[in-house]
Design a protein around this ligand. Structure first.
Ligand code: GDP
Length: 363
């Protein structure tokens, strides 16, 4: 599953949000791989299409796509130098696919701010600086190693060295790796370094309940910054989410409506993370279960099948495919087949968002 690391300065609302996430996940937990570490919360990605498929296929179980949120507490100024167990936290971030950066956008005299005042941009820069410093260390080590190969006349090494020099300048200017333009040849070099600032970022602007759903002046600052660096923003209220997480589905709907909010912040966080990473969903549906599978946009049918099981990819023959819209409109698989809209797709088929698929494979 997709892994999103939750970072942010102390006292911005990370634990409150994480606990709400975990609770929400635990509730939706008839989920096969739910035995997880204490700092990991599994959250389903809401998708009304899946409920409809389950209804039409008479599925006994509904299994949504999920996102794992990892609580990476303890990231403070000085972390890149190993302060406050800093290095270990940075190592945890390295294993994630994206970062959810919780930013304090609420005023509350009772909650101490580590820097003495509410200032989301300064806070973002404090965290980002630690990540940048760590990346600079990574890149400069790599440069030293590559420099040796350049001396032996290695052409590929020369190309890499030039790129690393450009990357180091970029980071040195205080700019995250994700904003550096890279060529097709350079992309794999960048990827191989697993840089912290190369990861997509989603800012979770934490506001008081009264500032839902649109935010406040602090959130505007975060939005402006996010836009400049290609990041996403979700306005959440950690305290509000903590309350919502304790309710059952029916109470939840009423509670959200009373607050003038359409979806919980956690749902939006999950959806935004999904979009930010360019993920799409295909479905499988039968009497046993209706299930959503997350894949990267552009994946071909065999790889998509491989997400279910490697045997499906190795032995792939064909994929019987129905668009969700057709499945929905016609009222199920056999009706779709009768109407001639079930297509038999081969190895080169690029899976589309919402495809309902049945794989044929050799064992
Ligand atoms: P962490 O250190 O980032 O994990 O922060 P916590 O989740 O422990 O929150 C720090 C304090 O801020 C706690 O007392 C929370 O109750 C409070 N807090 C979190 N979110 C909000 C919010 O949206 N509004 C207000 N007023 N307080 C909040």
């Amino acid at each position: 599953a997709l892994r999103v690391g939750i970072v942010g300065l102390p006292n911005v609302g990370k634990s409150t949000l994480f606990n709400a996430l975990s609770e929400a996940g635990a509730e939706a937990a008839n989920y096969p791989f739910c035995t997880i570490e204490p700092n990991v919360g599994v959250v389903p990605v809401p998708d009304s299409r899946l409920d409809r498929l389950a209804e039409l296929a008479g599925s006994a179980q509904i299994l949504p796509a999920v996102i794992e949120f990892v609580d990476i507490a303890g990231l403070v100024a000085g972390a890149s130098k190993g302060e406050g167990l800093g290095n270990q936290f940075l190592a945890n971030i390295r294993e994630t696919d994206a970062i959810a950066h919780v930013v304090r956008c609420f005023e509350d005299p009772n909650v101490v701010h580590v820097e003495g005042s509410v200032d989301p941009i300064r806070d973002i820069e404090t965290i980002e600086t630690e990540l940048l410093l760590k990346d600079l260390e990574t890149v400069s080590k790599r440069r030293e190693r590559v420099a040796k190969s350049v001396k032996t006349g290695d052409k590929a090494a020369k190309m890499e060295a030039d790129f690393l020099a450009r990357l180091e300048d970029h980071l040195g200017d205080g700019l995250p790796a994700r904003t550096l333009g890279v060529s097709d040849a350079e992309a794999p070099i960048l990827r191989d370094q697993f840089l912290l600032t190369a990861k997509p970022v989603l800012y979770a602007a934490n506001v008081g309940e009264g500032d839902l759903p649109d935010g406040n002046a602090y959130v505007e600052q975060v939005r402006e910054r996010a836009e400049a660096e290609g990041a996403g923003v979700v306005v959440v209220s950690a305290e509000f989410e903590a309350q919502v997480a304790e309710l059952d589905d029916e109470e939840k709907a009423e509670f959200l409506e009373a607050a003038g909010v359409e979806e919980s912040g956690l749902d939006r966080l999950a959806q935004e993370a999904y979009a930010l990473l360019g993920l799409i969903t295909y479905f499988t549906a039968g009497p046993k279960e209706a299930r959503a599978w997350q894949i990267t946009r552009g994946m071909k049918a065999p790889q998509a099948a491989g997400v279910i099981h490697t045997d499906f990819e190795k032995g792939f023959i064909r994929a019987e495919t129905i668009k969700f819209a057709d499945y929905d409109r016609l009222g199920g698989e056999s009706a779709a087949r009768d109407a001639g809209v079930m297509r038999s797709e081969g190895k080169e088929y690029v899976v589309a968002d919402g495809d309902v698929m049945l794989f044929r494979f050799n064992v």
